[in-house]
Design a protein around this ligand. Structure first.
Ligand code: SF4
Length: 389
């Protein structure tokens, strides 16, 4: 479920969200209300279509879902459970901005937990207040500490914190101070993202004025963090994700293992029955369509069916993100050919360069390989296509 509202827009953000600095103004309150109603209408429609599906994970992301009121979040959860088969042990994650968690009382947060939210993912990003300000975040690190404490008091025992590297003016020293501060809170899960200046973001307009860490420093931060987090009890299980054993995100693993998912709301993507769709980044049209006949097809800015070759390439792209990598026997069973034979020249080159290792039945990227996985994958998959010709 995509909630496209934020208190303000962060400088690096290319997620779809609109700033609602004055959510208290009646126009904004009505817009958020109307949007939640539209989400519930979409859930009712989709629930009829896929009534036999077991929804063992859900993710309320954004944007900033904690811009919604407790009542709105409870209504969304009720609607989810009324329209889909949601087992009691489903992993339901709520994304939270540390600057907005304390809008809720401990009692309200406990009620959200009782209603099914089992996991909270909070965008801490850094423990250095000047770095948070440079990113355009609305919070300080003291908000992360207090929100984290409040969530624990409310009973949340599965909390993930996001951390960024490559922040303007960040040094190795300040990055490691952030890592230590995050680890000292003892979350169950940590995500680590490198800052990229994306087209269309506020940062792009001032790119020349940003003092960003060099590529070498970025690489050093990533590689040493993988090691450091592993020693602190957070083994890497995906390019950007680290967890205490057993606390890996079930929802995200579903994406990376090629599972099906349904997306609700403006900008939300779905993959179901080999069909990939993405709803346009347009809150008003989304609300209007859901109020009218619920036919979202004209609003899709992506609508395609995966071919057999798409499925195979997607499998490689997603599996190599994971520390578990690609198992020879699983690949053979799915695609009727040997992964090692098809890509032998590339795989040997990657092994020799230290970008990949082979363990038992599996091929997996090393941390150095994960850091440059985009290049590795485009090389590997282009080679695959040439072989086809
Ligand atoms: S809080 Fe998250 S979604 Fe909202 S503007 Fe900042 S980075 Fe983007």
């Amino acid at each position: 479920m995509h909630i496209p509202f934020c208190a303000s827009k962060c400088g690096y953000c290319d997620f779809y969200s609109i700033p609602c600095p004055a959510a208290s103004t009646s126009g904004r309150v009505r817009l958020i209300d109307d949007y939640c109603d539209a989400l519930m209408l979409q859930m009712e429609d989709e629930g009829k279509r896929v009534s036999d599906c077991l929804v063992d994970s859900a993710y309320i992301g954004g944007g900033t879902p904690t811009m919604l009121s407790q009542r709105q979040l409870l209504d969304l959860l009720d609607c989810l459970c009324d329209n889909f088969k949601v087992p009691v042990d489903a992993e339901i994650t709520l994304e939270a901005n540390p600057g907005t968690v304390e809008r809720f009382t401990r009692r309200e947060l406990s009620a959200l937990k009782a209603a099914g939210i089992s996991r909270v993912s909070m965008g801490a990003q850094s423990s250095q207040d000047e770095e948070l300000a440079a990113l355009g975040r609305i919070h300080k690190f003291s908000d992360v500490r207090s929100s984290f404490g409040l969530l624990r008091e409310a009973g949340f025992d599965n909390i993930s914190l996001d951390l960024m590297y490559g922040i303007p003016q960040q040094t190795m020293e300040s990055f490691f101070a952030s890592l230590d501060d995050i680890i000292s809170l003892r979350p169950e899960h940590i995500s680590l993202y490198g800052l990229a200046v994306e087209p269309g973001t506020p940062f792009e307009a001032v790119r020349d004025q940003l003092i960003l860490p060099s590529d070498d420093q970025m690489y050093e931060m990533y590689i040493s963090a993988v090691d450091y987090l592993g020693s602190a009890g957070y083994p890497q299980y995906e390019i950007s994700n680290f967890a205490r054993p057993g606390r890996e995100s079930r929802h995200n693993l579903r994406y990376w293992r090629g599972g099906e998912y349904l997306g609700f709301g403006a900008a939300a993507a779905s993959f179901y029955g080999r069909r990939r769709t993405r709803i346009a980044r347009d809150i008003d049209s989304y609300i209007n369509i859901m109020r009218a006949d619920g036919n979202l097809k004209p609003l899709y800015d992506e609508d395609e069916y995966d071919s057999d070759e798409d499925v195979r390439q997607e499998y490689i792209m997603l599996r190599l993100r994971l520390a578990e990598g690609i198992s020879d026997s699983d690949y053979l069973a799915r695609f009727g050919e040997s992964f090692a034979d098809r890509y032998q020249v590339d795989l040997l080159r990657l092994l020799r360069g230290g970008y990949m290792v082979r363990e038992n039945d599996s091929w997996r990227l090393t941390p150095a390989g994960m850091y440059v996985s985009n290049y590795i994958l485009s090389d590997l998959l282009d080679f695959g296509e040439e072989l086809n010709v």
